[in-house]
Write a protein that binds this ligand. Structure first.
Ligand code: UDP
Length: 383
């Protein structure tokens, strides 16, 4: 007999888990606090300009996982897209991630790959054996001039703290390249959903075994009514913040329209601390196969997430581990709840990893049920 399951949140994690378990014969109830599905991937067509807008900030799909790529393509047509990001620093425009063009332009040189590697190595601090923080990682591999031009100010604005308080893993998202490859991502599969992410997630949830309740807040008392709960809300929120709040950043968006092409690319970062926003996104460039004479842009402002704000980025301050560990211990005592996704596991997950872990969680549930074993609280440890 199929189980009766509750899935909290109709974002990527919730949709994939619901679909997989409904396919396996379970009855799935989804509760979503917002009045739409798709979580922060939510896209909608702007009525004034016709542009497909990524309402909660840009999402570019990229993965090395063939199963995940096949999975998303089963629910939406993905069209080819290469993410190329530009950055303004000191009044000039450069290419990101830092590549040979950026290095040569920034230092006014004409270096070949090996020469550039040796040049940067001289600027890097080789005495840092094991970089633990964002700043140490930058000093070890990039050196001070590039760090100060492209990373320091942006990171202070984005995270609201010093790069010396942030983990090294954050900078590892953005490697330095000693060639002219300006593709923001390394992954072999990269694309954008033709109709946006919202219809993709609607299709995942469109199954006779799934019932979605929008605008409905989850209450802990509901857990007893179900065989198992998959919770994709904030980990600390599940426990009503009883031990304090984990740090998140939220985003403020300042929307403006333009009667043409505002910046010529999808994302322009502003690295200088003097610009109050982190980046400007121009959404028609996320769908290069569409033609629009007008444009919709957003200036992105990052700030601390207060009680009434939507949490976007888990901060994971180096000195915040103890509070996280305390919540993880609490979560592991819950016998019939699995915490999933960026908020449920308090990790900076990309969409492809979110889907991979959601598929794994659904499968783990089915096999633990047949083996009569307990389903773990986390598929991978948030610590
Ligand atoms: N970053 C930076 N300068 C940039 C772009 C990124 O310092 O121009 C740093 C910043 O700390 C950021 C992190 O690298 O949070 C990861 O960047 P990514 O582009 O992956 O951020 P996302 O698009 O997920 O906000």
């Amino acid at each position: 007999m199929g189980s009766r399951l509750l899935v909290v949140g109709a974002g990527l994690s919730g949709a994939v888990i619901s679909r997989e378990l409904a396919n396996a014969g379970c009855e799935v109830i989804v509760v979503e606090g917002r009045n739409h599905v798709a979580g922060n991937c939510y896209t909608e067509r702007d009525t004034g300009t016709g542009v497909m807008v990524h309402v909660h900030g840009p999402h570019i799909f990229h993965t090395d996982d063939p199963e995940v790529w096949e999975y998303v393509n089963a629910f939406e047509t993905f069209l080819p897209f290469k993410h190329r990001v530009k950055v303004v620093s000191g009044g000039q425009v450069y290419s990101l991630p830092v590549n040979l063009h950026t290095i040569n332009q920034f230092f006014g040189k004409c270096l070949r790959p090996d020469e550039a590697r040796a040049f940067i190595e001289k600027q890097a601090d080789g005495s840092i054996a094991e970089p633990k923080t964002f700043e140490e990682q930058a000093m070890r591999f990039i050196g001070k001039p590039l760090y100060e031009a492209f990373f320091k100010g942006y990171t202070q604005k984005q995270w609201g703290c010093e790069p010396s308080e942030l983990p090294a893993s954050l900078l590892k998202r953005l490697p330095i390249r000693f060639n002219y490859d300006d593709n923001y991502f390394f992954h072999s599969f990269q694309g954008m959903p033709q109709g946006g992410y919202t219809p993709m997630i609607e299709r995942m949830l469109d199954h006779p075994g799934i019932t979605v309740h929008l605008g409905k807040r989850f209450e802990r008392g509901q857990v007893q009514e179900f065989d198992h709960v998959f919770y994709s809300g904030p980990l600390d929120g599940y426990f009503e913040y009883e031990m304090g709040r984990l740090g998140y950043r939220t985003l403020g968006f300042e929307r403006f329209t333009y009667g043409g092409d505002f910046q010529g690319c999808a994302v322009m970062n502003y690295a200088d601390a003097s610009a109050p926003f982190t980046r400007i996104t121009e959404h028609k460039h996320f769908a290069p196969w569409e033609e629009h004479s007008r444009s919709v842009c957003y200036r992105e402002f990052s700030r601390d997430c207060g009680p009434g704000d939507v949490p976007y980025y888990p901060i994971r301050l180096v000195n915040e581990k103890a509070l996280l560990a305390a919540y993880v211990t609490r979560a592991e005592q819950e016998t019939s709840v699995t915490f999933v996704g960026r908020l449920g596991t308090y990790r900076y997950l990309d969409m492809d990893v979110t889907i991979r872990e959601a598929l794994d969680a659904a499968r783990a549930y089915l096999s633990s049920r047949s083996a009569g074993e307990r389903m773990p609280a986390f598929m991978s440890s948030p610590l």
